[in-house]
Design a protein around this ligand. Structure first.
Ligand SMILES: Cc1cc2nc3c(=O)[nH]c(=O)nc-3n(C[C@H](O)[C@H](O)[C@H](O)COP(=O)(O)O)c2cc1C
Length: 263
């Protein structure tokens, strides 16, 4: 970014013939220096591409999708209250979630929030290496069959990828953290590292993990603001979960987030 800006910066000649280091120019020089430093680490951030990446549809274009209601942009709880109240919640009452609530949570996780395709959570180079799956239990969500669904940000919809209630399997493969089986649904956040390492090399791995943190926090705060509870679960068996949920090759599960009405 710094280098690109510098390319346009002509500088201003002073009477003495030297460059006039006005504050803006000095600031750009600092940026250029930082850019060179970060670039030297093999992970230089550049300005966002004009067309941010879209998530591929593993289920295929012909699979019928479930449209989600539009997210609302005003809530009853302030951001400050949501931050104050946020806790990891692991105890859920036996009650379904509405499709509106699911829509809101997914929008906070990876929803498109800008006409150019940028999303609710930041992403290095706007490459969006993360995908969000929803594991829905029997009668877990009003109007949704039990099963696994893949969130499509571009159309704000869900494509079904697996039938049946796999919550118990997910809990077993998450070192038997049984609250996962009790939550009406769990989000699964996955990463395809190549989308980011293709541009940033090895440093892209850390970018992807940082992004999962951003998504997790958005989900925490949105859940809290809706009067729901969630928890980021990182302890699980990667390969077994990938197999059980029939994830596409190279999709690495990073976070399981059981979500429901907390007790
Ligand atoms: C990377 C990461 C992994 C975590 N994994 C688990 C987990 O496997 N199981 C669990 O119950 N909580 C897990 N947690 C939640 C923490 O236990 C929780 O954030 C911590 O106890 C602080 O509580 P608070 O979130 O309510 O502030 C994880 C949190 C993070 C950030």
């Amino acid at each position: 970014m710094g280098a690109a800006l510098m390319g346009n910066e002509q500088g201003v000649r002073t009477k003495s013939g030297g460059r006039d280091m006005r504050p803006k120019t000095a600031f750009l020089l600092v940026l250029a220096g930082l850019g060179a430093l970060v670039g030297g680490c093999g992970g230089g951030e550049e300005e966002a591409p004009t067309t941010p990446a879209a998530n591929p549809s593993p289920a295929g274009e012909e699979t019928p999708t479930v449209s989600l209601p539009d997210p609302r942009l005003k809530g009853e709880m302030s951001l400050e209250e949501a931050i104050l109240e946020r806790r990891s919640r692991r105890s859920f009452v036996d009650s379904f979630l509405t499709l509106e609530e699911v829509s809101q949570i997914l929008w906070a996780a990876q929803g498109i929030t800008d006409s150019t395709g940028l999303r609710a959570a930041p992403s290095a180079g706007a490459l969006y290496p993360l995908d969000v799956y929803v594991v829905v239990g029997s009668q877990g969500v009003e109007g949704l069959e039990e099963g696994v669904y893949h969130y499509l940000p571009q159309s704000h919809s869900l494509e079904p990828t697996l039938e049946g209630d796999v919550r118990q399997t997910l809990a077993n493969l998450s070192i038997r953290q049984m609250f996962i089986a009790q939550a009406p649904l769990s989000l699964l956040i996955t990463a395809e590292y190549e989308r980011t390492t293709g541009k940033y090399g090895d440093r892209g791995v850390r970018y992807v993990h940082m992004e999962a943190g951003h998504v997790g926090q958005n989900v925490y705060l949105q859940a809290e603001a809706l009067g729901l509870g969630t928890v980021t679960v990182g302890a699980f068996q990667d390969e077994e979960i990938s197999r059980a949920l029939n994830l596409p090759p190279n999709y690495m599960p990073l976070y399981v987030m059981p979500t429901g009405r907390s007790e």
